[in-house]
Every structure is written in structure tokens, then in C-alpha cells.
Design a protein around this ligand. Sequence first.
Ligand code: MN
Length: 248
Amino acid sequence: MKILITNDDGIYSPGILALAEIAADFGDVRIVAPDVEQSSMGHAITASRPLSYKKTKIGHFEAFRVNGTPADCVSLGCFHWDKVDMVLSGINIGSNLGNSMWHSGTLAGAKQAALLGIKGIAFSTPSHQAEIEFHAIKQFASNILTILTEEKESPSLVNVNFPINPRGIVWARQSVRHYDGVVKPAEDPMGRQHYWFTVEPIEEAEEGTDRWAVNHGLVSLTPLSLDLTNNTELERMLQKHYFPSPIS
Ligand code: MN
């Protein structure tokens, strides 16, 4: 099995090496990742300038660094390596739960795989730890890969989030409760005004969601679909509104 590894923290993040080491038990591994951090860049692609693809070495793995986004890396990686079976993205240092999925570069790496018809799995762990203990989550990540590679009917796009010191694994849906976009104005040393932007959840996590699972010490596995259509609304609108068809 050919396993392509990417991330959005950049190719020199310890998280990507940890993920490559876990994946090596399942097949041939190649790392293709951004040369610098691309966190929160979402599913951006680089369309206005050329990209480079430079050989480097991460641990004992064959690796290539790209001056682009996670989605660029997956596209270039699959262009250079024929018939990739699976793309793994992460392990991101920082959770990608609930609404964060909309701007997550980590998840975008897995989504780009899904768009190319390849299985994509994103892995994230909380950043608020004194030191990230990747060995504490390795066994869980390995168990998850076993399920997602060996089960015939396993989902093709999955977002995985680890809590600190996991005590189990659970399937969970995405939490879509309200977030507050927080803009914090500040001044730089030259007296110029600048702004920090972040998001904070303003509602408790509902039971059965990814945020709820991680709050309870469980690894959350959320199967995702590429189709953003709201089918309930679509059905309602089809019933309610009639636009004369231009096709007779
Ligand atoms: Mn990141």
C-alpha cells in the first residue's frame, strides 16, 4: 500500500514524523508537505505562481517539501507517485474540531485526497500540552488505521481528533454550535495597530459530537462527505419554488 503523508504545520513538525512512523507499519510511506507552516489556510490551492517540489529527508523517510498549501502537496504528491492508496494528514499540533473543520489545513490535505478519489484521514492533537507525547497516542492511531484500512466498508474521508491521554475511541458527528469570531486589537513595538483573530466556542458541546468526545477523553472519528448540499433545504425549496425551466 502506498501512503502519502502531509500536514499543515510544515514538513519539519514533529507531528508529521510521528504519523509517518505509525503509517510505516501499514505500507510504503512518502512525505510531501509544506516547507513552512500553513495552519488555518483551509483548502486553498496555489494557482497564481509555480510550485517547487524539493527532495529532503525526514527521519529515514523519503520526503519532499513544497512551497504551497496542504492541498497543493497532495496534488503534487499524487502526480509524482502513481496510484497512492491513502493520504494521511497530521498529526496536527492543535485540535480540528467542530467549526474548525472549515478553515483546517490539516483536514484540507485529507479532503484533497478524497477529491482525487483516494482515502483521506486527518489527525489532530491538542496544542495546550507542556510537551506533545506522540507515543501516548501512537497505539490509538495505529488501531484507527487498522480499522480504516482493513474494513471493506470503512469511510473514505475521516477527521480524527485526539484528547490528551485518550481512554477510548468513538464515532462522533461534527459539532456545529455557534462560535464567536474574536478580534483582539493590539499595538506592535512601533506603535502601529494590528489585530489577532481567533474563534471561541460560545455554546457547550452536544452529546455525540467530536467536541463532546474529546472533552470526555475519547478519540473522535468523524466520517465526512464532500457534498455540502443541505438536502432537507433542497427538498423544501424544490417543493416551494418553481422556476420556469429554460430547457423545454
Ligand atoms: Mn496546523
